[in-house]
Design a protein around this ligand. Structure first.
Ligand code: SF4
Length: 86
């Protein structure tokens, strides 16, 4: 898929995760669309001592091969928003 990978090497934070490979790091999901799923996102998160979800250790949205699984789960975010509206 030509649209499953994008890099912005001009970004001052690129690559914005410690230890990430700058050759394979994708910026297409600069902010992970699954964050709102909390502990159901399926990623490698931790919680800070203040209870904030910390995604620093998760490279899943920045891997080209994960594009499909991320977009598949976006429907769960939509359902979450719909449930909150009712
Ligand atoms: S970056 Fe990883 S841990 Fe954070 S919301 Fe996305 S999938 Fe979950």
């Amino acid at each position: 898929m030509p649209y499953d990978f994008f890099q912005n090497k001009e970004c001052e934070y690129f690559p914005c995760h410690p230890g990430a490979d700058p050759e394979t790091f994708s910026c297409i999901f600069c902010y992970c669309p699954l964050y709102a799923l909390g502990d159901k996102c399926g990623g490698n998160f931790t919680y800070t001592e203040n209870g904030i979800k910390d995604c620093s250790g998760c490279l899943r949205p920045h891997k080209r091969e994960c594009y499909g699984e991320i977009t598949k789960k976006v429907g769960e975010v939509v359902q979450l928003v719909q449930r909150k509206k009712t």
